[in-house]
Ligand binder design. Sequence first.
Ligand SMILES: Nc1nc2c(ncn2[C@@H]2O[C@H](COP(=O)(O)OP(=O)(O)OP(=O)(O)O)[C@@H](O)[C@H]2O)c(=O)[nH]1
Ligand SMILES: [Mg+2]
Ligand SMILES: [Zn+2]
Length: 394
Amino acid sequence: MAKRGGGKRKSGRSQKVRVDLRRNKQTRARDQNLTHELLSDEVAAEDAQSNERLSGKGTISRRRTVVGVESDGDQLIRSIDTEGCLEGRVTSFIGLNCQVQAEHDGRHYECTIRGILRTLARDSRSVVVTGDRVLFRPEGDDHQGVVERVEPRHGVISRNSQGREHILVSNIDQILIVASAADPDLKPNLIDRYLIMAERHEIEAIVCINKADLLDITYLEQIAAVYGRLGYPVILTSAVDGRGIDQLRGYLQNRQTAVSGQSGVGKSSLLNVVDCQLNLDTSDISDSNAKGRHTTRRTRLLPMKNGGWVADTPGIRQFELWDVTLEEVDGYFIEFRAFVPYCRFPNCSHTHEQTCGVKDAMAADMIDQRRYDSYLRIREENIFVWKNPARGQT
Ligand SMILES: Nc1nc2c(ncn2[C@@H]2O[C@H](COP(=O)(O)OP(=O)(O)OP(=O)(O)O)[C@@H](O)[C@H]2O)c(=O)[nH]1
Ligand SMILES: [Mg+2]
Ligand SMILES: [Zn+2]
């Protein structure tokens, strides 16, 4: 599938950043080997804003200049003494510790995270996330270790969580957006939100409507056709009668896929049918207490027997977009793009304006009415469309 543009990239460059260090960190021998540090560009922006002079003498004992090389516009790499370190991939989190699978032999290590990484990150929630490729130092005899460095991320799935970016999983190629025909009801607006997020991060998206056994297939095919016409692959599946599973398996093979969608739509059930070795927990329909409860509680990255990885993510009650401004929303509705040049005003919101290419296209049935309504709804709820405060300041 062809990549669709939309996201904004920042150019790479070197940066010097001063960071506060807690006193006890300064004396640690290991940290003195640092020349480069990992930090998100949000930290760099915050620091630039604070107008700190890099040569300020008064604070030199408590602050240190670190040099980072910005890579892929998003992160700075931390150079460390790599001797004795292993490469690995974060497969899940339990509390503050993460499970890391070593690259060379597939063994799992329970790792803590080097304090300096937390010190440098403004948002502790995204210091290390499931899916990250890391360099870790094994410690002790019992498969434990410490994450020393996080490699630059590509392909992240993120959402807004109370004004901060919550990265659900990183280093994925594609997202499988799972909705259900019924129980819970089909919510196309939620599919549209996930699609905006996928466009924003330039991640390929597959739309999957599960529990196709529960509803009239003609209706589902109509919904599916809307997304199909936009160029998104769409699959109608059932974990109960097995329809669409072979097709789904084909899409997942040899790829790194985040499986996302509301709780109870059957994400884990589908993955269990695609690969019986995964053995994921699913809610039991006969257990009335299980209704509305989140069965999958943490994102887990799992290798599949036929090649590829899947990240089974917990269902999200409300998917709020992160780092998409109100003015950008129309750009992520990919079918609008061709008609925006026909709007009279370059900053047309496609709502009240008289001469509007998007509204005309909808009147001529060239844009689906429901997608347009979805656009309006996302605009109206713009309080949930957060902008990354670091953007445009670095
Ligand atoms: N009829 C029908 N029921 C299904 C299907 N897929 C899953 N279910 C049922 O839906 C319920 C929820 O399935 P899960 O796989 O736990 O859903 P989930 O999306 O992983 O939910 P969270 O982990 O809470 O995010 C279970 O009772 C499944 O048996 C399907 O295709 N058809
Ligand atoms: Mg689940
Ligand atoms: Zn317009």
